[in-house]
Ligand binder design. Structure first.
Ligand SMILES: [Zn+2]
Length: 119
């Protein structure tokens, strides 16, 4: 996209950016679409129209919100372990990844502290 800086989208959180271009191989216009969630995750796609791109974004957002409630797949650490992890600023997520105490791992699993409502 023209607004990219060093190949990275400059789309601000909660904003969308799009640009229409003529795709010679498709013999038609296409829309390059970027959307960044308020949490900072980037969605981008190429679609036939802005409406189609937004539909795909909406479907993606539904998928994302589903992932965020991913059930725990790792064993729950005991409370002393969790408190120690919070002090260290690194906490285990509910699938065993290491994240910030109030973080969510790339697979959509929140930290145990978040999951258990401790912070
Ligand atoms: Zn993970």
């Amino acid at each position: 996209m023209k607004t990219d800086v060093d190949g990275c989208s400059t789309t601000a959180p909660g904003q969308e950016q799009y640009e229409e271009y003529y795709d010679a191989s498709m013999r038609g216009t296409r829309v390059q679409y970027d959307y960044r969630t308020p949490e900072g995750e980037l969605f981008s796609c190429v679609a036939k129209s802005l409406e189609a791109a937004r539909d795909r974004r909406d479907a993606w957002l539904v998928e994302q919100s589903g992932r965020q409630s991913a059930p725990p797949i790792a064993d729950e650490p005991d409370i002393e372990t969790l408190m120690a992890q919070e002090m260290e600023g690194v906490c285990e997520a509910t699938d065993g990844c290491l994240v910030e105490p109030d973080g969510v791992c790339p697979h959509g699993h929140p930290s145990w502290l978040l999951h258990l409502g401790l912070i």
